[in-house]
Design a protein around this ligand. Structure first.
Ligand code: DP6
Length: 356
């Protein structure tokens, strides 16, 4: 459905630029099969401030070639160490983007978040690059509508990194076919087809940088741990069940239930790693400290703040915009000492890719 032959091309050269944000999963994707297909549906908040800005310059090649021709620049400087990743990505998406071998590309990318912050750039990076490639395809004459472009960009991004497919649109997207989410698919993410309760408008995500190092377990290794995992099947069912409940809660505005599902998902993700073979503990003592303090603060103040985690030690603190001041002063008072160099990043739910 996403294949397209478009020669003769309408243009010989050009440049496109897009930004794409990171996203934070509330229902986690952990376990995949086939070519980047998820074992369960996942749901995430699209973010705003943590993003990748990518420009792609393209020019028609004079001779036919069996190879790709591209250069990758990071913050304007050549970064050959990233090129194998893009080579693999191009190989994977070539059948959906046959123009890739007919042009030379210069890909120039930069992130708005610090390089070694422990924040993965694969979601925002793959989403931005995919959106650029679809925009080029459009300039070359493929005639896709805006909606079809976003869908194809999400489809391509998924082939680069699963969770990246959730970064094209916002504020909330679902990836993975789910009976309660109309239009949902294993192949690309969709915006949730319902109106959210207003408490979730401008929801805040403050990322506490507990550990800024390289990921201890790469996502490829991590997802593989779910093959033959003794609790895998129950976990996939649980995730789909949580997604159904969370979709309801996000419409009704039942924030207590929201907190319950979101925190349980985060802890379950880590429980899966602790119970796999080999096993891992990706939380640090500071992660636990932060979690306990959030629980205590919530209990004493009744302020609806909660946490989620990705596959690492950093803590995402989630809360409604209306309690921002209270939560930020709590973070500065009690949590900042658990962050490396006292660093944290304030983000907020956003709408996905933007043309630059
Ligand atoms: C824990 O999308 O990074 O963040 O498909 O192998 O690139 P690949 O994995 P990736 O996995 C993300 C896992 C997670 C949960 C989530 O974002 O849903």
């Amino acid at each position: 459905m996403f294949s397209s032959q478009i020669a003769p091309y309408l243009k010989k050269e050009g440049k496109v630029s897009y930004s794409a944000p990171s996203n934070i999963a509330l229902v986690k994707y952990w376990g995949k099969h086939g070519v980047q297909l998820p074992q369960n549906a996942s749901l995430s908040f699209t973010l705003s401030n943590c993003k990748t800005l990518t420009s792609v310059t393209y020019s028609k090649r004079e001779t036919n070639s069996q190879d790709f021709d591209f250069k990758f620049l990071f913050e304007g400087k050549p970064k050959p160490s990233f090129e194998p990743k893009i080579q693999t990505f191009f190989e994977r998406i070539y059948k959906y983007c046959p123009f890739l071998k007919d042009f030379s590309f210069v890909i120039d990318s930069q992130n708005t978040f610090p390089h070694s912050s422990g924040i993965a750039s694969s979601a925002s990076g793959m989403a931005a690059l995919s959106q650029c490639l679809v925009a080029i395809e459009k300039e070359l004459g493929n005639g896709l509508s805006e909606e079809q472009m976003l869908q194809k960009a999400s489809f391509l991004a998924r082939l680069g990194s699963g969770s990246a497919c959730r970064s094209l649109e916002g504020p909330v997207t679902v990836w993975g076919a789910h009976e309660n989410i109309e239009g949902s698919s294993d192949e690309y993410a969709v915006k949730v087809p319902f109106e959210m309760h207003k408490v979730f408008n401008n929801y805040q995500d403050t990322v506490l940088l507990v550990d800024k190092g390289e990921k201890q377990v790469s996502s490829t290794v991590g997802h593989n741990l779910m093959h033959g995992h003794p609790f895998a099947e129950q976990r996939f069912q649980q995730a789909n069940h949580n997604l159904k409940d969370l979709a309801e809660v996000m419409q009704s505005g039942n924030i207590e239930q929201f907190i319950h599902i979101v925190e349980s998902e985060a802890l379950t993700l880590h429980a899966m790693m602790m119970t796999s073979s080999p096993y891992f503990i990706l939380m640090k003592p500071e992660t636990m400290e932060v979690i306990n303090r959030i629980w205590k603060f919530r209990e004493t103040t009744k302020i609806p703040v909660c946490f989620t985690l990705d596959a690492g030690a950093n803590v995402h603190v989630l809360y409604p915009e209306s309690v921002k001041e209270d939560v930020l002063s709590f973070i500065n008072r009690e949590l900042i000492s658990f962050c490396q160099n006292k660093q944290y990043i304030c983000d907020i739910v956003g709408l996905g890719v933007q043309k630059l």
